[in-house]
Design a protein around this ligand. Structure first.
Ligand SMILES: [Zn+2]
Length: 319
């Protein structure tokens, strides 16, 4: 699959940090740092750059590492994931660095990870896989193609929604089971099993390069660290202390997976739109009209990569 090179129409307000100083890490895995407290506690991880052009998470990890964050209990891991893609980041063509060979966030089933297939992203996923398997609480920081309502993607289980409410940022919570074309890291093994105490959240902080996405990422990450108890309550000073609106929970009922050669949206949707009436036209999958299946249907992250087999948009209902 070629790397997407959709022309960029949005200003680059966030500076992609130089992360080369973190290459060695301290775990034997490049770009991964792990810190352990004397007091026992959960293994908490924040990950960034699962998509190489989503810089807000890298900015947060760079800050945490510069600040010298250390856990007061348990284990804290900070990891930059698809560094190979990030290294290709070019402010003149920022959409091209989402991945090198394939989407790192569609590889997270044992079937795919154990397969004979090879790619830059599979090599990295296999390298970090034992680590991801040992994490109790994961926050994976992402951003979005379009300016849209920030979303906390809480996965397929009720436990994800519960943790998302405790973190509170982003306040729009979406439970979903991901994409037809492959599993996300946040859904790996126990993260997506309701009976397991392990839990994961994927924060979509806003448009990839908008300054506000950086603010959301900081607030979300610091609140997550405080809430998990891996840092003390004073950590981060004023970050993440803003008054919060009440969280609203939505559930993805279905993805619209593209089956024809061409998919077009009826309107320039950017995501977060709530279409009040069932039967409202969303777009066309080839000749086939795609309409909303119920009243008050939210469009979750309409894609710009409208290629056969990919997800065009996901549909969600208020819980
Ligand atoms: Zn992403």
């Amino acid at each position: 699959m070629p790397s997407p090179s959709t022309p960029n129409v949005y200003p680059i307000q966030l500076q992609a940090p130089d992360i080369s100083r973190y290459a060695e890490g301290n775990t034997g895995i490049p770009y991964v740092h792990r810190f352990e407290a004397d007091e026992p506690g959960p293994h908490v991880m924040i990950s960034a750059l699962v998509h190489g052009n989503e810089v807000c998470g890298a900015i947060v990890l760079d800050w945490l590492l510069r600040e010298g964050v250390r856990p007061v209990r348990g284990v804290l891991t900070l990891g930059f994931m698809n560094v190979a893609a990030y290294e290709t980041f070019d402010p003149a063509n920022p959409n091209a660095s989402r991945f090198v060979d394939e989407d790192f966030n569609r590889l997270w089933s044992d079937e795919v990870l154990d397969s004979a297939r090879d790619s830059i992203e599979l090599r990295r996923a296999r390298e970090v896989r034992p680590l991801i398997g040992s994490v109790d609480l994961l926050l994976d920081l992402h951003s979005m193609q379009h300016p849209a309502v920030p979303l906390m993607m809480a996965g397929p289980c009720e436990k994800g929604r519960t943790l998302a409410r405790r973190i509170g940022v982003p306040e729009t919570i979406v439970t979903d089971s991901g994409h037809a074309q492959g599993r996300r890291m946040r859904d790996y093994r126990d993260f997506a099993e309701q009976g397991s105490p392990k839990n994961a959240l994927l924060a979509e902080c806003g448009q990839h390069w908008a300054a506000t996405s950086g603010d959301i990422a900081f607030s979300c990450a610091v609140r997550f660290l405080r809430e998990t108890g891996v840092v003390d309550a004073a950590f981060g000073g004023e970050i993440g202390r803003e008054p919060l609106p009440e969280a609203a929970a939505w559930e993805v009922t279905q993805p619209v997976t593209i089956t024809a050669e061409a998919f077009t949206f009826d309107q320039p949707f950017t995501g977060g739109e709530v279409l009040p009436r069932a039967g409202t036209l969303i777009g066309h999958d080839g000749e086939q009209p795609i309409v909303t299946p119920y009243d008050d249907c939210m469009l979750v992250m309409p894609s710009r990569r409208l290629t056969k087999g990919l997800t065009a948009v996901r549909l969600a209902r208020r819980v």
